[in-house]
Ligand binder design. Structure first.
Ligand SMILES: [Zn+2]
Length: 246
């Protein structure tokens, strides 16, 4: 399960683009905004303006779907409801068939997870933090074992990593029980979680063959918005996007 090759990570001033390997030019567009783009939170008065500027820079002129994220494991299809601004539908995963449009999710230490069905073009975007870890399994169980093996690509994006994701012992134990010893780290009585390893473990268990990641720590790297580093009052929400321009 390799990291995405450096050549497939395209850095721009206000966003990072991730290129998935594809036989043709049919892969969806994947991106994550950086701190430079401004906070994308609906609670931030300038959030809508930051979004529009990013869409303009990316050339996105098609509908962008969003949800009210609440660390659930709900994966919903897009609808008129997910086009409301600010969002009204609760969920932390969105899916849509191939066609003009984008899925969006905000993250600030939580992991954006991008899924692409290479044959039918369906795409899914997940917001996966500690509480919502496992939403990847919810999304993948929609597909048959054969589809997971042959037709699904999973890409795990930047999140807080186990250098910084310190938690209390109880949360550590819960995470360890659910996702195994590889998904946690203990050092001199301090406890840490690895969202990357937890999600790689889920993908492996469900026998997804095509899994990639690019997972620099959002807390260590100031180009990313981070709840832990910037604090609850000032953190910058980043926008994860996957979609088709046409
Ligand atoms: Zn870190």
């Amino acid at each position: 399960m390799p990291g995405l090759p450096e050549s497939s990570v395209l850095r721009n001033r206000d966003h990072i683009e991730f290129r998935l390997l594809s036989d043709g030019d049919d892969a969806p567009f994947l991106a994550l905004s950086t701190v430079e783009a401004g906070s994308m939170s609906w609670k931030d008065s300038r959030g809508p303006e930051h979004r529009q500027r990013l869409y303009d820079n990316l050339g996105i002129e098609v509908p962008v779907h969003a949800q009210l994220q609440q660390h659930t494991k709900l994966v919903n299809p897009v609808s008129d409801k997910t086009l409301r601004n600010p969002p009204v539908q609760t969920g932390d995963g969105l899916r849509m068939p191939r066609g003009p449009g984008f899925l969006s999710a905000t993250v600030a230490d939580c992991m954006p997870v991008y899924i692409w069905h290479r044959k039918i073009g369906e795409i899914i975007l997940l917001h996966s933090g500690w509480k919502g870890t496992g939403i990847l399994a919810e999304a993948l169980l929609r597909y048959s074992p054969r589809e997971r093996k042959e037709e699904i690509t999973v890409f795990l994006g930047p999140s807080i990593a186990d250098c910084c994701y310190q938690v209390d012992r109880e949360r550590y134990n819960l995470f360890r029980a659910s996702f195994g010893g590889r998904a946690v780290r203990e050092e001199e009585g301090h406890y840490f979680l690895s969202l990357l390893q937890a999600n790689l473990g889920i993908a492996e268990k469900l026998e997804v063959t095509s899994v990639y990641y690019y997972n620099p720590c959002t807390c260590c790297n100031p180009e990313f918005g981070s709840f832990r580093r910037q604090g609850p009052q000032k953190f910058s929400s980043m926008l994860a996007l996957i979609g088709y321009f046409q």
